[in-house]
Write a protein that binds this ligand. Structure first.
Ligand SMILES: [Zn+2]
Ligand SMILES: [Zn+2]
Length: 354
């Protein structure tokens, strides 16, 4: 553009045409440049348009800026992708191991949920096989990375000083593998409550929920030693490192207190003998209702009378209340707002990074 202007100054007279005008004002859009060219000459075009052309120029400059930004992004995109590829190559094993462990964990979550939903049809041999497979997977990963300080954070001992990406790797692997181990434990629990109906079915849901909240509490503590070591880096001065470490531990404490409260609630729920959304129905009440459960369409088994006076088998309705808080028939709000249950055998899939 600057070279163009120089050229125009050299033979200014010869290029005072419409084309030259649009050359000298490179930022105007075709529409406005044609209006400038429509004037008698360059000088007329500049003076004549006045305020109008100023406003137009401002918006044109903004459009030009956006175009420049888009062009800039277009230029750095291939380089960023290249850097990403190099990053993945440098951390190739860690990258794929993390993806593999996460994929196995997601799949295992589905398997445990399926086994829990099978109830009486569960096979002990299948459950034993699943929990052995889960445990072997966990032990193999820890054996494979036996030199990488993975085990220290499990007992809340800070590992050696680690670079940022290795710290992230340790946290992700430990977080996923602890969930995997808990799933193996849940399978053993499912064997114990295999023939569960009615009361024992509710007990199983309470135990699964308690295991999950214990796991959530433990997982909240797991990254702490790794980040503690990371923030306690004296390279930036002891005041700075004490400040960041102190702030981190304060944030951590608030979230751990919350997890402890959930754990205590889950523990209290375990000692609760009667269901909290209804009472055991009497023979007369069952007979008056017709002795047919609306959920399973069979004869009532351990009938429960809800607050809305509808009666269902305990097993059917407790399974319903895993997901809902209202009566399946009349939609009246029956179950009080409560701790989230994990009675279906599921595990929280969010990663606990901090
Ligand atoms: Zn039923
Ligand atoms: Zn009802």
């Amino acid at each position: 553009m600057i070279a163009d202007r120089g050229g125009i100054d050299d033979d200014a007279e010869g290029r005072r045409s419409g084309v030259a005008a649009s050359d000298r004002v490179p930022l105007v859009s075709p529409a406005s440049s044609s209006s400038v060219a429509g004037g008698s000459g360059q000088a007329d075009g500049d003076v004549g348009n006045g305020v109008d052309s100023n406003n137009r120029d401002t918006s044109n400059y903004q459009r030009y800026d956006i175009q420049q930004i888009a062009k800039w992004i277009e230029q750095i995109l291939p380089f960023s992708l290249l850097l990403l590829v190099v990053f993945i190559r440098q951390h190739l094993q860690g990258f794929f191991v993390t993806i593999w462990i996460s994929a196995v964990m997601f799949k295992s979550n589905e398997i445990v949920k399926k086994q829990t939903a099978l109830k009486g049809d569960r096979k002990v041999s299948v459950l034993v096989g699943i929990s052995i497979a889960f445990m072997l997977h966990v032990m193999f990963i820890y054996w494979w990375y036996r030199n990488d300080d993975l085990l220290y954070p499990l007992v809340l001992v800070p590992p050696k000083a680690t670079p940022f990406w290795h710290a992230i790797f340790i946290i992700l692997v430990n977080d996923a593998l602890m969930r995997q181990a808990a799933m193996a434990f849940k399978c053993i629990l499912l064997i114990y409550y295999k023939s569960g109906r009615g009361h024992s079915f509710r007990r199983q849901a309470q135990m699964l929920t308690l295991i999950e909240y214990t796991l959530l509490l433990y997982r909240a503590l797991l990254p702490t030693p790794v980040w503690y070591r990371f923030f306690l880096n004296r390279a930036y001065g002891s005041l700075f490192s004490s400040l960041t470490t102190g702030l981190y531990l304060t944030f951590k404490l608030t979230s751990v207190v919350e997890k402890v409260q959930c754990f205590i609630s889950a523990l209290k729920a375990l000692s609760r003998k009667e269901v909290h959304y209804g009472v055991n129905a009497t023979m007369e009440q069952v007979n008056a209702a017709g002795d047919l459960c609306a959920i399973c369409q069979e004869k009532m088994h351990a009938p429960i009378l809800l607050r809305c006076k509808h009666i269902f088998c305990e097993e059917c309705v407790s399974e319903w209340f895993e997901r809902e808080r209202t009566c399946p028939l009349c939609r009246a709000l029956v179950k009080p707002a409560d701790l989230r249950t994990f009675g279906d055998g599921s595990t929280s899939l969010f990663f606990q990074l901090f």
